[in-house]
Ligand binder design. Structure first.
Ligand code: GLY
Length: 428
């Protein structure tokens, strides 16, 4: 089988998807829309709006795609996968109906309750007059979220009631309902699973670092770095997550007539009562994917195509390289508030040297061809090594060669000792 793959999206996650696809010998062409200057070094770029069903279908037809991979959540929630599938193309990505697992917090909570999956207790506040009484029913610590797609930036987790109140009030002022959640203790795990109906195939577990500063300080971001695998996560806990969390949710979606096809991302906290779900997402996570795919040792297009065509149960499960991988995000000055853009980036050339990758997220090209920053998260540097220490050393050494005025990054990705709280309640 040979495949021409169309990848929709423009971030470092899509750059990682493109690179993993290019390593699959069955892939004869990769087209990315709209992509970015880094992706353009490994794929043909087409300037198409990822949220226009008509434009994406026309592009899939024009490039004779054998497989369409939709990276970001917004087009999935808008039903772009449905339109492309209806036009006869195999699509890796869920229907709008199934993508509600990320797009609608109320739907996700309902599915989890029906599936018997542990998650945070939550309440939605849509009237400023109700905010104080609702805050009194939570905290400390308070978890205050924008009840919509906010790319991680709408979340405030704080022990300071006033900060929680200010964030909730600001969201309500902007007309966004507020989701209050009980705080889940324990380290976070991101587990990505290929899902085709009730067939669930887990990838390597990873850990994201969502706060902007070292030691988990400062505001939440879309993610400042990640590493995989997780040496501190017992194999039995991983099995518990697959068997008692992801499989029941996939089965419940099938039962409701909203079968999931694509990548189901379980974000969990592994606390004193065992794993509990923080969120489900309907697509690959960013920046964890950049590290996870760096260790993939199986034909990626085959896995995605099998998922897209309902044959996931028939293919060999993914194989992984030994060792570890980390992703470190280089962010623009002022990210996550109002990132400065338009600064010249140097030292990011020759982006694939085997042990490190430089993936593009928010980059652009000036008329004179200079590479410039064009977003908050600008580049991702991935390091691969025999162990986490070597992967870190390689990623940070490569990062030191890149210059972007005013930029910042976390220096402690994958460096903190992680301890799971002792189980208060035995797993059933
Ligand atoms: N890693 C966070 C996200 O992809 O939503």
């Amino acid at each position: 089988m040979t495949v021409r793959v169309l990848v929709i999206g423009s971030g470092a996650r899509e750059h990682a998807l493109v690179l993993a696809l290019r390593r699959d010998p069955s892939v004869t062409a990769v087209i990315a829309a709209p992509g970015n200057p880094g992706i353009g070094q490994q794929a043909e770029l087409r300037q198409v709006d990822p949220c226009s069903a008509e434009a994406v279908v026309a592009l899939a037809t024009d490039v004779a795609a054998d497989l369409v991979v939709i990276g970001p959540e917004v087009p999935l929630v808008l039903g772009i996968a449905d339109a492309v599938r209806a036009a006869g193309f195999p699509v890796f990505g869920p229907s709008a109906d199934a993508a509600r697992i990320e797009g609608s917090k109320a739907f996700a909570k309902d599915v989890m309750a029906a599936a018997g999956v542990r998650t945070a207790h939550s309440e939605i506040v849509d009237n400023p007059a109700d905010l104080d009484a609702a805050l009194d029913r939570f905290g400390p610590t308070w978890v205050v979220k924008d009840d919509g797609l906010a790319a991680g930036k709408g979340v405030v987790v704080t022990a300071d009631r006033r900060a929680a109140r200010d964030h909730g009030a600001e969201l309500l002022e902007q007309g966004h309902p507020v989701l209050l959640e009980s705080f889940l203790d324990g380290p976070e795990v991101s587990l990505f699973c290929l899902v085709d109906g009730e067939t669930v195939v887990p990838l390597l577990p990873a850990q994201d670092h969502k706060r902007v500063g070292d030691g988990d300080s400062g505001p939440n971001t879309g993610g400042m770095g990640a590493y995989t695998p997780l040496p501190w996560l017992p194999a039995e806990t991983l099995t518990e997550i697959v068997e008692d969390v992801v499989k029941p949710v996939a089965a419940e979606l099938v039962r409701r007539g909203s079968a999931f096809s694509g990548l189901l991302y379980a974000g969990l906290a592994v606390g004193s009562n065992g794993p509990a779900v923080v969120e489900f997402n309907c697509r690959f996570g960013d920046p964890e994917t950049q590290a996870v795919l760096a260790l993939l040792d199986s034909p990626f297009a085959e896995l995605l195509h099998a998922t897209a065509t309902g044959r996931l149960a028939e293919v060999e499960p993914p194989r992984w390289k030994d060792g570890a991988a980390i992703t470190v995000v280089l962010a623009a000055e002022n990210y996550p508030a109002r990132p400065r853009t338009g600064d010249v980036i140097t030292g990011a050339e020759d982006n694939l040297d085997g042990d490190t990758l430089v993936l593009h997220a928010g980059t652009g090209q000036r008329e004179d061809k200079a590479l410039v920053s064009a977003g908050g998260r600008v580049l991702n540097v991935v390091g691969v090594g025999a162990d986490l220490a070597q992967a870190r050393e390689r990623a940070y050494a490569r990062l030191a060669q890149i210059k972007l005025p005013g930029s910042h990054f976390r220096t402690d990705i994958g460096a903190t000792e992680v301890v799971i709280p002792e189980r208060a309640v035995a797993a059933e």
